[in-house]
Design a protein around this ligand. Structure first.
Ligand code: ATP
Ligand code: MG
Ligand code: MG
Length: 347
């Protein structure tokens, strides 16, 4: 195919469209927001809501393959698009990753470890869950959470009412608090031919629930690094996955615990732009377009720093690092505006 349809025109969609253009592929981005960052770099942009059937049909008919930059695409829209062009990765990966409980059950079913968890729909469930899981714990909405939104930490019984209120009646999950040494992620890719390529694990630091930095290589033993990559491959194969997947892990002295997965290019993989010949965005486009996967090895160590809100001013004053500005007009607090990646010789 020569036109890739992208659902979602945020910064991830924008970077996918830029990568596709370099490969000589056209992109058609679908997003309800006329100011979506990807709109200005895609070949075509459609501004319409996800319940606008005519717009969705026109979009589906204009592309050879459909991919997406976010998880929460309405099922009705996918039903419509499914018959018009192949959706890659598959809807099964979306269905699983849209819901934290379904995702954790899936991960356990393929032999991977998650934090202990319990479903919480009401106050009685929460009381039972805090008893069985223990404190501290984190209550999270099952769906729609990102950048730490829709989460409440429960350190003592006193925090329970507030945490429950923070869910605003949405179905939730209580997770035991993992005492991790570090957080890492694996950016993994699988092609239409079943080939798998993983980038080296990066070490992630979060601030206020939002990714702050990713450092490569992560401080792992060789066997931990290998386990992380093998585990990501297991997820890809179980899902018969096509494209790039982000796997967030907690590292404890005993084990690797999967925090969550994201069926798309991932913020903690932005360093690949600067430190790899083929970055995660090109890798994803290659996979969904049915091309052979590219070499995912890195030529450098790297440190990626997210530019949140007013931090974006650094783009104009940084000259010793690769900078990426997402083109968003308003630098609201907590909003991801860009990132910079500094590389150094590979260790
Ligand atoms: P993202 O933007 O990555 O999708 P999210 O809103 O889905 O974020 P999580 O990844 O679930 O949020 O949690 C955000 C951060 O909170 C984690 O990276 C980790 O630092 C911390 N955290 C989440 N769950 C746990 C846990 N069970 N134990 C310890 N820390 C946790
Ligand atoms: Mg998440
Ligand atoms: Mg996360």
């Amino acid at each position: 195919g020569s036109t890739v349809g992208i659902l979602g025109g945020g910064q991830l969609g924008r970077m996918l469209a830029l990568a596709a253009a370099r490969l000589g592929l056209k992109t058609h981005v679908f997003d309800p927001d006329p100011r979506a960052p990807a709109g200005e770099v895609a070949t075509l942009a459609t501004t319409a809501a996800y319940d606008d059937h005519a717009a969705l049909v026109a979009f589906g008919n204009s592309v050879d393959v459909i991919t997406f930059e976010f998880e929460n695409i309405p099922t009705t829209a996918l039903d419509l698009l499914d018959s018009l062009a192949p959706i890659r990765p598959t809807r099964e990966a979306l269905r699983i990753s849209q819901d934290r409980v379904i995702e954790k059950k899936f991960l356990q079913s393929i032999g991977l470890m998650t934090a202990p968890f319990a479903e919480v729909d009401n106050a009685e469930d929460l009381t039972a869950a805090t008893t069985s899981i223990g404190l501290p714990a984190i209550l999270k909405t099952r769906r729609f959470g990102y950048d730490g939104k829709g989460q409440a930490r429960i350190s003592s019984e006193n925090d329970v009412p507030q945490a429950l209120a923070a869910m605003r009646g949405a179905p939730a999950v209580l997770e035991g608090f993992v005492r991790f040494d570090r957080e890492i992620s694996v950016i993994a890719a699988r092609g239409t031919d079943g080939a798998v390529a993983c980038y080296d694990p990066g070490e992630n630091v979060h601030k206020n629930g939002i990714l702050h930095s990713t450092t490569i290589p992560a401080a792992l033993s060789p066997s931990q690094a290998q386990d992380a990559v093998l585990l990501a491959g297991r997820i890809l194969n179980a899902l018969d996955y096509i494209g790039v997947l982000g796997v967030e892990l907690f590292v404890t002295p005993e084990s690797l615990i999967v925090n969550e997965i994201a069926p798309r290019v991932h913020n903690s993989g932005h360093w690949t732009e600067a430190a790899c010949t083929i970055d995660q965005f090109e890798q994803h486009i290659r996979a969904v377009a049915g091309w052979p996967l590219g070499d995912g090895s890195r030529h450098s160590d790297a440190m990626m720093l997210n530019l949140i809100g007013k931090d974006i001013a650094a783009v104009e004053t940084t000259s010793d690092a690769r900078v990426h500005h997402y083109g968003k007009a308003e630098a609201r607090p907590g909003r991801k505006m860009g990132h910079i990646t500094r590389i150094s010789p590979k260790t």
